[in-house]
Design a protein around this ligand. Sequence first.
Ligand SMILES: Nc1ncnc2c1ncn2[C@@H]1O[C@H](COP(=O)(O)OP(=O)(O)O)[C@@H](O)[C@H]1O
Ligand SMILES: [Mg+2]
Length: 310
Amino acid sequence: MKKIKLGILAGGSSVEREVSLKSCANILKSIDGEKYDTVVFNIEKESGGDWLYRLKEERPDIIVSALHGGLGENGSMQGLLHCLGIPYIGSRVMSSALCMDKKAAKTLLEANHIQTAGDVFIKRTENVEMYADEIRQLGFPLVVKPNRGGSSIGIEAVKSVEELERAINSIVEKYNDDVLAEKLIRGREITCCVAEDNDGIRVMAVLDVNKKGDIFNYEDKYESGVSSALTDMPPFMRDMVTTIAKRAFRLLKCRGYACVDMFVDEEQVYVIEVNTLPGLTENSLVPAACRSVGITFGEFIDRMIEFELG
Ligand SMILES: Nc1ncnc2c1ncn2[C@@H]1O[C@H](COP(=O)(O)OP(=O)(O)O)[C@@H](O)[C@H]1O
Ligand SMILES: [Mg+2]
């Protein structure tokens, strides 16, 4: 059988570059060498470079993206591949852009009666004083995050207006991003790993995240071992979260796979965000979801490729 020419995109210029390189290493380790001829496109930190020329020359049959954050996840790279006519697994341009913009995704979910954390959205050019009343109404503690961030980079919980102002300034300065200040949700943090094939959309696994403090931070995600464990929830609660995760996936027009971050507090379910290019490192949630349903991560990639190439 003729091998499929598989291109992997890795690296990139976002703050999640290091995670991307680890995701790429895990994909390379997991895929079946009998099935694929693999070419890695290591996208440099700076713009330019020869990866684009190589991509046009090599023209892989399919792309698997190990990029996370920034241009890799916000629809830009998806648009480039679309223009080049190179197929890829995962979400398309609009869905990628929508999910990357946390506030935009939340607005669409809320409009469809999916609960999210109450928030105040502050554009990077605005003064936080404009929102004093809204912030007072929301109350502390708040979680402050870059609107288009990832891997928990730049996220912190704040308990006062002073801490809030400092956190906002820090995000604007460091990441040149807009800011989302959200009500801190208590309760159990879970992720639903959603996968799609010709049979439809299903939740592969509902995972509890292993975190040490309130925030599931960078270290918990990538440096302290396996970041998740299968939940043991009452069946009615499991049904509720899986139904909401599938609805969120559909409403945000995701494709192939995505992870829906959620909180469950008593019987309230909140969607925190939807990741269209979640981490694929050995310790990440998607490989853990594969293990929990008895398939290897390599088989998961096979299925995603089959879904695209038929
Ligand atoms: N509103 C919130 N209440 C409580 N914890 C939150 C809230 N928003 C985010 N967090 C914590 O911060 C982590 C990262 O936030 P998230 O919005 O998922 O951004 P990222 O794209 O960086 O993963 C979450 O996994 C969770 O632990
Ligand atoms: Mg998240």
